[in-house]
Design a binder for this molecule. Structure first.
Ligand SMILES: [Fe+2]
Length: 445
């Protein structure tokens, strides 16, 4: 399609401005520490569920990643602790095994984090600003380290939301806007090409690159995510007991786990209740359903006479528009996320009701694409055309393939920088501790 713009020279979020970089790293760290500061040792050291690390491992891993990139890669400094590179390597240590590591908890918790930071800021101060390396171009490596820590904050929140005795008590909490009545509706996205992937106008991971043209036939997509009220109908219609609604592998999972409702739903004599951190409240039909796995999303869609959108369909509905000639950074345009447009940044501790963000609508009028819940798509996590691993293969390349499904859009627990329109998340279809829900699509015509 000749109308698509070509990629111009990248303008990343952070040029090599030392104060800006130091401030960015500092604010990220403040949030990390504020999330965990009220927790006692026992909670920090324990592995609460096998698929999530002890929080002290996450903290050590955050520091080790920063040391690897900002101290060792940039300045060839020696490791502060020789054994930490292996101990905090996410690939060498699968999640269930991390509780068995000799985690040096007393030092790791605060001291290693701050020692690395001091060293990293020392390296930053020594940079001339004229280094012509791809790692430093536009401050790439600093934004990568900041976003890596922010992504681990969300992982830590996955663990905090399963704590039960005592439950996690947020130190601060942001109020959410009310929803609005949303008659069930779908939006028609007309056939045609669009530019998918990062265009170079904002920071992007390797797996978001490069911008490439994708042509889609017309399709319908839900205006808002599937609500708890809609999902409850599926539950009450014996959705979990009807094999015809499930894929073969999904049905096997359903039988094996004997799951019969989303995570954190609690059946009581007086109906369904739902837990969000320390709050247990009667099920609110207007909230997007959350803590469902891919197989459940797929079964619901079949029950509703629909299907899940592909990743490309999600992105076109989010970032393109009826008369667009280039993709937006966010559904509403290129301006940054604010509280009137999306529920991100962790401090609400739950999704907002459907219909809460009309100002966050995309060019096609699709709403709540960013924030509240990650949205399962039907797509496997695969490389875009022209993919090149940078700066390391373990971020995304080793995860490409049919084992992982792509999720898009960020959740309430995602930091604003990460919740950009082209960001690609991926996970196993069985995962339910992540903050994921979905919306449906269907073929047009
Ligand atoms: Fe990591």
């Amino acid at each position: 399609m000749s109308t698509l713009p070509s990629i111009s020279s990248p303008v990343f979020i952070h040029e090599l401005d030392r104060d800006k970089i130091a401030g960015r790293l500092e604010r990220v760290r403040e949030r990390t520490l504020s999330l965990v500061s009220g927790l006692d040792w026992q909670v920090l050291q324990s592995q609460h569920i096998p698929i999530l690390s002890p929080i002290v491992w996450d903290l050590g891993h955050i520091a080790n990643f920063e040391e690897l990139w900002l101290c060792q890669s940039l300045a060839r400094l020696e490791p502060l602790e020789a054994e930490f590179a292996k101990m905090f390597d996410a690939v060498l240590n699968p999640r269930p095994s991390r509780k068995d590591l000799p985690l040096p908890v007393s030092r790791t918790r605060w001291d290693y984090l701050s020692r690395v930071r001091t060293e990293a800021l020392g390296v930053l101060a020594e940079l001339s600003g004229n280094e012509a390396t791809k790692l430093l171009a536009g401050g790439f490596v600093y934004e990568m380290v900041a976003e890596h820590e922010e992504q681990h904050q969300e992982t830590i929140l996955q663990l905090l939301q399963v704590l039960e005795s005592p439950p996690y008590l947020p130190a601060q909490r942001r109020l959410l806007p009310p929803g609005r009545t949303m008659p069930e509706s779908m939006v028609l996205i007309t056939e045609g090409a669009f530019a998918m992937g990062g265009s170079g106008r904002a920071f992007a991971y390797d797996n978001e690159l490069t911008s490439h043209e994708v042509t889609l036939p017309s399709y319908w997509i839900d205006r808002v995510p599937v609500s708890c009220a809609q999902y409850l109908e599926f539950v009450e219609d014996a959705g979990y007991n009807r094999q015809d609604l499930w894929s073969e592998v999904g049905w096997g999972w359903c039988q094996e786990t004997r799951v019969s409702a989303p995570g954190n739903w609690i059946r009581r004599d007086d109906g369904w209740w739902v837990r969000h951190m320390d709050r247990i409240e009667p099920l609110r039909g207007e909230l997007p359903v959350i803590h469902v796995g891919f197989y459940e999303a797929e079964a619901f869609a079949r029950w509703a006479g629909k299907r899940l959108p592909t990743e490309a369909e999600w992105e076109k509905a989010a970032l393109w528009g009826p008369s667009a000639d280039r993709s937006r950074l966010y559904p509403w345009g290129d301006s940054a996320i604010d509280a009137s447009r999306a529920n991100v940044d962790q401090l609400a501790f739950q999704p907002a009701p459907v219909g809460a963000y009309p100002e966050g609508a995309s060019g096609y009028g699709v709403e709540q694409l960013i924030g509240d819940i990650w949205e399962w798509t039907s797509s496997d996590f695969e490389a875009y055309p022209g993919f090149s691993a940078f700066p390391y293969e373990e971020y995304s390349k080793i995860f490409f393939g049919s084992e992982h499904k792509v999720l898009r859009g960020g959740s309430w627990a995602t930091r604003p920088s990460v919740a950009r329109g082209t960001f690609r998340n991926w996970d196993y279809p069985i995962r339910r501790q992540i903050f994921a829900g979905f919306r449906c699509a269907r073929d047009a015509g």
